[in-house]
Design a protein around this ligand. Structure first.
Ligand code: DN4
Length: 255
């Protein structure tokens, strides 16, 4: 049905509704039983109501407010981990450091991770053929607005010492145009966040392209100084480095 191929992005994930419900139960009953009283049926319904029967390029943060209200989760101080271009590694890190949280270790991030969703103004169905691509079609699509809002709230609620895992194998480990650089850094609350600790990690076997002494980290350091939040940076932090070495113990940098 070529008529439905109106957008350039991936269509809604098959079985979206079932996946949302299953992930919600898995998280609230098994991963974080502190949230066992959350109503997963209602969460699924609020998620669907946020975007169904709406123009997929006219998403607003308000569309997601009922969903955010239902979930209402806080992360303990000192446990927040941000990432940029290091998703896999950051998730491995929080999996080992069980009590640490990336956004995808919170209920809504966990539910939506790697999923795609959109509807259409004239229909009660999801569009499984295509959804707006954030660069090629529109930035105010429901997936981008969701992650933007979630990232903003995740950062605004952080407290104590917070961490960020950055990629030292690309030319700008800190990118002011990424969600971390554009949204999260600017929403940290200096009244609550004591220090931002950056870990710059190089891929094993790849030439390091950036480090704590490079200009992109210097930009980040300057922003934190302006924002009155202490900043520290460490290259190849061993707790993260060891995770890479588990997968490739023969690499010379693992000896
Ligand atoms: P990144 O590694 O540059 O991007 C992470 C993912 O988000 C990539 O797949 C990007 O797509 C996608 N992305 C970034 N900005 C947008 C946008 N405006 N609309 C749609 N997709 C977008 O890292 P980052 O710094 O941009 O984002 C990571 C940080 O933000 C983390 O600290 C998270 O807390 C939060 N976050 C998480 C997710 C997620 O779990 C998404 C966005 C933000 P592409 O550039 O590959 O096309 O998926």
């Amino acid at each position: 049905s070529s008529q439905l191929m109106k957008w350039n992005g991936t269509g809604s994930t098959a079985h979206f509704q079932e996946i949302v419900l299953e992930r919600c139960y898995n998280y609230t009953q098994l991963v974080q039983p502190a949230l066992r009283d959350r109503d997963c049926q209602k969460i699924r319904e609020a998620f669907r109501n946020a975007f169904i029967s709406k123009d997929p390029c006219s998403a607003t943060e308000e569309d997601y407010h009922p969903l955010m209200k239902l979930v209402n989760q806080t992360v303990p101080c000192d446990k927040t981990v941000f990432w940029s271009k290091t998703k896999k590694l950051a998730h491995q890190y929080t999996k080992v450091q069980r009590e640490m949280f990336t956004l995808e270790d919170t209920l809504l991030g966990y539910i939506a991770d790697d999923l795609s969703w959109c509807g259409d103004a004239g229909s009660h169905e999801m569009n499984y053929q295509s959804c707006p691509h954030w660069k090629k079609d529109c930035s105010n699509n429901f997936v981008s607005v969701f992650w933007g809002l979630l990232s903003k709230r995740f950062a605004a609620n952080a407290c104590g010492v917070v961490q960020v895992v950055l990629n030292g194998s690309i030319s700008n480990a800190f990118d002011g145009k990424s969600t971390f650089g554009r949204v999260e850094v600017h929403n940290l609350n200096p009244m609550k966040v004591h220090t931002l600790q950056a870990w710059v990690i190089h891929d094993l076997g790849k030439f390091p392209s950036d480090s704590c002494s490079g200009s992109s980290i210097n930009d980040l350091s300057w922003i934190m100084k302006q924002r009155n939040i202490k900043f520290t940076c460490q290259d190849n932090y061993s707790s993260v480095k060891f995770l890479q070495c588990v997968k490739k113990p023969e690499d010379s940098s693992c000896r």
